[in-house]
Ligand binder design. Structure first.
Ligand code: ADP
Ligand code: ASP
Ligand code: MG
Length: 406
């Protein structure tokens, strides 16, 4: 069982989580629990680290931001004990949750379950803070924002758990963010692939890496609400399943948006082999992840324009990198726009149906929403638009694909 920030936000909520865990134990299940920091706490800690120094050492940043989960893990163990359920907390370094040394974006490499298994065998619930691990040098690491989902899936995989229940503030995965589209529909099931694409294009209900790991390790993941009392339905939320378990196939599983990218246009670059490599090589050397890419033949003969997106937090760095590489690339100008949003539609039904992209372009065009860039994969179409139209675009597409709840 994994509980997110809103589920752990304060002693009252933690007591409710404890009674839910106690209910699972009373039903005869052996339980390990992964917890997030209280809602808003990680933001607060990130703020402290940045205030201390905008260029805070990543390893020390991890020491600071990992602390939110230490508090909730201890508090839940106390609440469980107070409810008569034996419980013990285990920090990332104690288990250990071994990760790479990439501070603030570490990847889990192995989870030593011996302490948790011994604890469970002795009838005690193991409480593990999400988001944190320990690097090869023995120092605390964190897994990137939203990483507690990945901690939970990794622990479930290592324990060969029957299921990994991710408790959050919505009762499942919806056809789009229910906070933006009240008529979004809850999905009983979604395939790993669709969930992976949706997460990677912005549906933050599950961290992308958690879905990747669940798919690879075949962990049964359920997303459900910690705010709705447990009933008799063993699967009240959304199950993430293999494609062959997913019988009623819709054309589109969902719509997602992402406002964390910025657009850069490098104009008037020589239209010759190697020039695109020069642009993206410079960015790759600076560890900037480029997402959408469009290249045009410009009106001026022999030159071309290249437009692409980078994480918004890396816009300034990217501009700096391009300025330094000007001599090598040989462009006329660089312009940028941070007020953009990427809107994506995802569905395995796209593989076998034509016209999915056209429906998207037409629906946006009818509303006067201009498309600035397009990318596709086998089961996804993404477009870049002006940020101010984000909500309108999501709603329009949700309707256009017939996803609105009736
Ligand atoms: P937690 O703190 O429990 O990890 P998150 O805030 O990370 O919770 O994720 C839950 C949120 O994800 C929901 O409150 C919802 O606004 C958002 N969300 C975005 N897209 C979707 C979607 N397709 N289905 C459900 N929730 C979504
Ligand atoms: N507390 C961490 C965050 O806010 C991890 C998580 O909640 O999943 O990013
Ligand atoms: Mg989350």
């Amino acid at each position: 069982m994994k509980f997110g920030g809103t589920s752990m936000a304060g002693i009252e909520r933690i007591r409710e989580v404890a009674s839910r865990v106690a209910g699972e134990v009373a039903r005869g299940n052996e339980v390990a629990v992964v917890v997030s920091a209280m809602a808003g706490e990680t933001d607060r800690l990130v703020g402290f680290a940045h205030a201390a120094s905008p260029l805070a050492d990543r390893a020390e940043y991890d020491v600071v931001v990992a602390s939110g989960e230490q508090i909730t893990a201890g508090l839940l163990a106390i609440a469980l004990q107070a409810a008569g359920v034996p419980a013990r907390s285990w920090l990332g370094w104690q288990l250990a949750v071994a990760t790479t040394g990439a501070h603030s974006t570490a990847r889990i490499e192995a989870v030593d379950t011996s302490a948790v298994l011994a604890s469970m065998a002795a009838g005690s619930v193991a409480v593990v803070p999400g988001f944190q691990g320990v690097g090869p040098d023995g120092r605390v690491t964190t897994l990137g924002r939203g990483g507690s989902d990945t901690s939970a899936v990794a622990l479930a995989a290592a324990l060969h758990a029957d299921r990994c229940d991710i408790y959050t503030d919505v009762d499942g995965v919806y056809t789009t963010d229910p906070r933006i589209v009240p008529r979004a529909r809850k999905l009983k099931r979604i395939t790993y692939e669709e969930m992976l694409e949706l997460a990677s294009v912005g549906a933050k209900v599950l961290q992308t890496r958690s879905v990747e790991l669940a798919m690879k390790e075949k962990v049964r993941v359920q997303v459900l609400s910690s705010f709705i009392p447990a009933g008799n339905d063993p699967e009240p939320g959304t199950m993430v399943v293999d494609e062959d378990e997913h019988v009623e196939q819709e054309l589109i599983a969902g719509v997602a948006y992402n406002r964390n990218e910025a657009k850069i246009t490098v104009a008037g670059v020589p239209d010759k082999p190697g020039v695109v490599a020069a642009i993206f090589g410079a960015l790759a050397d600076a560890q900037v992840n480029v997402d959408m890419i469009v290249q045009n033949i410009a009106y001026v003969a022999g030159t071309t324009d290249v437009t692409f997106t980078v994480p918004r937090t890396e816009l300034a760095l990217s501009e700096d990198v391009l300025a330094k590489a000007k001599g090598n690339i040989g462009y006329a100008s660089v312009t940028s726009d941070a007020a953009v949003a990427k809107i994506s539609v995802v569905g395995v039904g796209m593989r076998s149906h034509a016209g999915v992209a056209v429906t998207m372009f037409r629906a946006l065009g009818d509303r006067g929403i201009n498309i600035q860039a397009i990318t596709t994969s086998e089961i996804k179409v993404s477009v870049l638009i002006a940020e101010e139209y984000t909500e309108l675009a999501v709603r329009v597409l949700h309707t256009a694909y017939g996803l609105d709840a009736t």
